[in-house]
Design a protein around this ligand. Structure first.
Ligand code: GAL
Length: 452
C-alpha cells in the first residue's frame, strides 16, 4: 500500500491509459482522476488478515487492490490529518493502494463541484467526504448515490460509541449512511494575545464587547482588526453572528420553520452582520481561510472567526497555543456549540467496494480517529478517545461538546440542503457588494420559500 500525491496519480493514470485501451477517464478534475473503474484488477496477493483495531478484516484474493477516497483536505493541517489516518489504514490493509483524490479548496467549494460532475457522469470515487446533516441526506441520499452502512455499524459496534445526537443526522428511514470521523466547532473566535494586550483589549464575550474591542483596535491604527477570507468564510462569519444575535432558539428556528425569515430578529442579526463586516479586510475575497488565520498570527489582524481546523493550521505552522493565539466562543455564543461533522460514505456501485468498506472501517475506528483528529484540529466523533493525545484547545472542545447546547452549522452542511444553502450563498455574495440589509433579507426570505 502506498499513498499517492495527485501528480503521481495522474502519472499512473496516463500510464494506465496507454496500457489499457479501455481507460476512458472523463474527469474534469485537475488534481484527482477518474478511471478507477478500469483499475480493479486483482493484485494476485494472497489472502491476509489484518487487525482493524476493533475487528479482524480478511483481505480476499479477488478483492480490489486500491481504494479511491475523495476529500478537500489538501493542506494547512488538513492533509496532515488525512495522512495520519491513511497511515493507520496502510498498517491494517497493506495490500490496498490508497488513491488520494483530494481536490484543494476550503469547505469543499471546488471539490464538491468536481464530485457533482463525477456523480453526474456515473464515475463515483469509492468513498467521499460529506457533512453529516442535510448535505448528506438532502443530496447524496436523496439522489440514491450512496449505500446504507447499517451492516458496518452492527459489525463494528459503532452505535455504542458514536454520539446519539449524530445518528439521526446521518440516517433516513432507519438506514445509516455515513461514518463520521470527527466533530468540528464552527463558532470559535481566534485572537492574537499580544495584539490584544498592546491595545488594552480583553477577549470579548458579548457582541457589544466585540464591537467595542474592534473599535478600540481600529482607533489604535489597525485597519482591519477582523480577518476574513474568500466568500464561504463570510457565510461562516454569518452563521456565528446570527447565532450570537438570535440565540440558539432563534438560529434553530430559521431551519425548523418556527422563526420567520422576515422577522425583526432576523433584521437585527443581519444588521449585526453588516456592522461586523465593516471591520474586515478589503482583500478578503483573495484569501484562503489559512491566509486569514495567518493575518492573526502576524498581528496584522487581531481576530478571526473560523472553525477549529484553524487550530490544525496554527499548530502545523509551529504556533504555540496560549502564546501565539488564544480562543473563545464567538462573542455572544458562549454555552453553544455550533457543530459540523466530516463523514465518509460508500458510493453505490463503488468500483472497489470491499476496499472502500475497509477504508470506512478504519475511518470509524478508535485508532483511525485518534490518529486523524489531534492533527486535523477536531475532536473524534467516537466518545472513547484517548484524551492524552489531544492538546489544550481540543480538550476544551471535548468538554464543551459534552456540556454545551449543540446547534448546527449552515456553511458546513448540517442545517440546510444544498439548494437552500446555495441560494443563501448567492444572497451573501450580493450583500458583500451592496451591504443593503433590506434587499438581503428579501433574498433570504425568497431562498427559504424556494428551497427551505
Ligand atoms: C469544512 C470541513 C472541515 C475543513 C473546512 C475547511 O467544510 O468540514 O473539515 O476541511 O471545511 O476546509
Amino acid at each position: 500500500m502506498r499513498t499517492k500525491q495527485p501528480f503521481q496519480f495522474l502519472v499512473l493514470i496516463v500510464a494506465l491509459a496507454l496500457t489499457l485501451a479501455a481507460c476512458g477517464s472523463s474527469s474534469t478534475d485537475t488534481t484527482a482522476a477518474s478511471g478507477s473503474s478500469d483499475t480493479t484488477a486483482a493484485s494476485g496477493s494472497t489472502d491476509t488478515t489484518a487487525a482493524s483495531g476493533t475487528t479482524d478484516t480478511t483481505v480476499h484474493q479477488d478483492m480490489a487492490s486500491q481504494v479511491e477516497v475523495f476529500s478537500w483536505w489538501t493542506g494547512g493541517g488538513e492533509a496532515a490529518g488525512l495522512e495520519a489516518m491513511i497511515k493507520v489504514f496502510a498498517a491494517e490493509y497493506p495490500n490496498i493502494e490508497f488513491v488520494n483524490s483530494a481536490v484543494a479548496g476550503g469547505a469543499g467549494t471546488n471539490a464538491r463541484a468536481v464530485l457533482a460532475s463525477r456523480l453526474q457522469a456515473n464515475d463515483p470515487p469509492d468513498s467521499w467526504q460529506g457533512h453529516a446533516g442535510q448535505e448528506l441526506i438532502g443530496t447524496y441520499v436523496a439522489a440514491d448515490q450512496i449505500e446504507p452502512l447499517n451492516f458496518l455499524y452492527d459489525q463494528e459496534g459503532w452505535l455504542d460509541v458514536m454520539p446519539e445526537t449524530l445518528i439521526p443526522l446521518i440516517s433516513k428511514d432507519g438506514n445509516i449512511y455515513s461514518v463520521p470521523v470527527n466533530i468540528h466547532r464552527s463558532n470559535v473566535l481566534w485572537a492574537n494575545p499580544k495584539v490584544l494586550a498592546d491595545a488594552g483589549v480583553e477577549m470579548p464575550t458579548t457582541l457589544d464587547e466585540f464591537f467595542t474591542a474592534l473599535d478600540t483596535l481600529k482607533a489604535s491604527g489597525m485597519e482591519a482588526p477582523l480577518a476574513m477570507g474568500e466568500q464561504w468564510t463570510s457565510m461562516h462569519l454569518f452563521e456565528s453572528i446570527m447565532l450570537a444575535s438570535m440565540g440558539p432558539d432563534g438560529w434553530e428556528g430559521l431551519w425548523n420553520g418556527s422563526v420567520a425569515w422576515d422577522s425583526p430578529e432576523v433584521t437585527q442579526g443581519l444588521e449585526d452582520f453588516a456592522k461586523i463586516l465593516g471591520y474586515t479586510n478589503s482583500d478578503a475575497s483573495a484569501l484562503a481561510w489559512q491566509d486569514a488565520g495567518q493575518l492573526v498570527l502576524d498581528g496584522t489582524a487581531a481576530f478571526n472567526i473560523m472553525g477549529d481546523w484553524q487550530e490544525g493550521f496554527f499548530r502545523e505552522v509551529g504556533s504555540v497555543p496560549g502564546t501565539d493565539y488564544v480562543w473563545a466562543a464567538t462573542p455572544g455564543t458562549e454555552g453553544n456549540f455550533q457543530f459540523l461533522s466530516d463523514s465518509f460514505v460508500l458510493a453505490k456501485n463503488a468500483p472497489n467496494r470491499d476496499a472502500a468498506v475497509a477504508w470506512l472501517t478504519v475511518a470509524g475506528s478508535n485508532a483511525g480517529q485518534d490518529a486523524f483528529n489531534p492533527v486535523k484540529g477536531s475532536i473524534p466523533a467516537r466518545n472513547d478517545a484517548d484524551r492524552s493525545l489531544y492538546g489544550e484547545y481540543l480538550l476544551s472542545a471535548m468538554d464543551d461538546w459534552a456540556s454545551n447546547r449543540v446547534v448546527g452549522s449552515l456553511t458546513h452542511g448540517v442545517v440546510a440542503n444544498d439548494s437552500w444553502k446555495s441560494e443563501i450563498d448567492t444572497a451573501i455574495g450580493l450583500f458583500l457588494l451592496d451591504r443593503d440589509v433590506a434587499s438581503f433579507q428579501t433574498a433570504l426570505v425568497a431562498a427559504q420559500e424556494a428551497s427551505g
